[in-house]
Design a protein around this ligand. Structure first.
Ligand SMILES: [Zn+2]
Length: 488
């Protein structure tokens, strides 16, 4: 065996499922005011009976099938006992030795090679309440609790200790995040607490039989996941080199100090006193239900990646940038099927269009320009009827002024340029019609008003002219208007 220390990292990923109601009661999940979405069931009052949320179960089955995990025909809910202010029942409903699914894997790239990270299990459970201590309005030494989060449905994915570095751990959760959004199981935003991680890490040295495992709890961003793992690995190596002993413990990551600190010595499973939940029946999932889910699965991100590389002959890196969502893949497919060059489409999707999309805060690229229209524009560019700069201009002007791209493009395409006289007439009529806009521009109150005038002129001329020409015509006209008014 080599003298290099062997790092082994396993992850527990907690995912908030996109459901309308909580895991075991009818309380809504999107309440804003603290402690308004609560009921006897999620607060665990005597006599209240939980019932599992169908959407939560079907989300977990869908994820299990996508990750090649075997669904258990019978799984069971269990109570995990611990005493903490965020847990009014004194136990959390989760699954223990009979989880919803087991096995499967998710492939990442380790040093350019495909590496499948094996999964141990996938199960469903409820979230605990939220404790609030660090707000400016809270007096020193006090804590507040919001029970709205109590009972929010979670899926937990547990991996085998197959990851080797903090970087690999981040790659794993990023790929999982894409899959969760792709399948509409979760929005998976770490900043909203919809994706949270616990990590187990051990470092085996050459004479080490049974390396000590450290558990890092409550990580809520990709960067804290990476940094805390890198810190723990370094700490373990230093300890080994200095000859001091390592002990199994649970630690928390302190983002401001960039170090881990001990929370408690690591608890064993028996500390939680798991028992089957007597209030909940066993969870039965039939073969035909699993098959239905399987048949309804769309093309998955890694399948799309492989297809794009094979079908379009693009690089893996380019394909990776396209498989951020099913929408981007379908945008690319549609534009290419419409006759555009695949490399050109990718260049536009990752360049100008993305830039415009961000500027306009649009949800989808197709809100900026439909893929068929982009294809038409790019074909016109290839045939040298339009230049790249004109295309940007057309898309931008059409978007800002709500003019149809097709109309504008038709004008450019046919070379039916409006005469100078037509332009002047259209500009004059716009200036006469919208005096308040003109005032706002000339007084400097709203210089952006010029875009409104340009749009109006373009509409009038059916877009048969370069917007830049209209702009300079309007500016020239406004100068004389300005002069006229100061002269008088
Ligand atoms: Zn409730």
């Amino acid at each position: 065996m080599s003298d290099d220390p062997m790092v082994a990292i396993g992850l527990e990923v907690h995912i908030q499922v996109n459901t309308r109601t909580k895991a075991f009661c009818g309380c809504p999940v999107d309440a804003f005011e603290p402690n308004t979405a609560i009921c006897p069931t999620c607060l665990g009052q005597p006599g209240a009976l939980p019932a599992p949320n169908r959407e939560m179960i079907s989300g977990a089955v869908k994820l299990a099938r996508a990750l090649n995990s075997e669904t258990n025909h019978i799984s069971r809910f269990a109570r995990k006992h611990y005493l903490y202010p965020d847990l009014p029942k004194g136990y959390q409903i989760t699954q223990f030795d009979e989880p919803l699914a087991f096995g499967g894997g998710l492939t990442i790239l380790s040093a350019g090679e495909k590496n499948t990270i094996r999964l141990r299990r996938i199960h469903v459970e409820e979230d605990a309440a939220k404790l609030i201590h660090d707000e400016p309005w809270i007096r020193e030494g006090r804590s507040y609790v919001d029970f709205n989060r109590c009972g929010i449905p979670l899926i937990e994915v547990v991996t085998e200790p197959d990851l080797r570095t903090g970087e690999e751990a981040v790659q794993f959760v990023r790929r999982l995040q894409i899959l969760l959004r792709w399948l509409d199981i979760s929005d998976a935003l770490p900043e909203k607490g919809q994706l949270r991680f616990d990590a187990n890490v051990s470092v085996r040295f050459h004479n080490d039989e049974d390396p000590v495992i450290t558990e890092i709890k409550n990580l809520n961003s990709f960067s804290s996941l990476r940094k805390s793992l890198e810190f723990e690995i370094r700490r373990k190596i230093k300890r080994y080199e200095s000859g001091s002993t390592d002990t199994a413990e649970t630690v928390l990551w302190d983002e401001s100090r960039r170090e881990t600190r001990t929370m408690r010595s690591k608890e064993t499973l028996s500390d939680y006193r798991y028992i089957p939940d007597p209030d909940l029946p066993v969870l039965r999932i039939h073969d035909h239900e699993v098959r239905e889910v399987e048949d309804s699965l769309p093309e998955l991100p890694w399948q799309a990646r492989e297809r794009l590389v094979k079908e379009y002959g693009i690089s893996v890196e380019h394909a990776d940038r396209m498989v951020k969502s099913p929408e981007t893949v379908s945008y690319l497919d549609t534009a290419v099927n419409h006759g555009a060059n695949v490399h050109e489409v990718i260049r536009w999707m990752t360049g100008e269009l993305r830039h415009l999309q961000k500027q306009a805060n649009a949800a989808y690229l197709s809100d900026i320009v439909p893929p068929e229209t982009l294809a038409d524009l790019l074909i016109a560019e290839q045939e040298e009827r339009l230049t790249g700069a004109t295309i940007v201009d057309i898309i931008y002007t059409a978007f800002v002024n709500d003019v149809s791209i097709d109309e504008m493009k038709a004008g450019y395409d046919n070379g039916e340029c409006s005469s100078q006289e037509d332009i002047r007439d259209a500009v004059d009529s716009a200036i006469r019609e919208y005096t308040s806009v003109v005032d706002a521009i000339t007084s400097g109150d709203k210089p952006g008003g010029i875009d409104f005038l340009i749009g109006h002129v373009l509409k009038k001329l059916s877009g048969t002219i370069d917007p830049k020409r209209v702009r300079s015509e309007i500016l020239a006209r406004l100068e004389t208007v300005d002069k006229d008014s100061t002269d008088s």
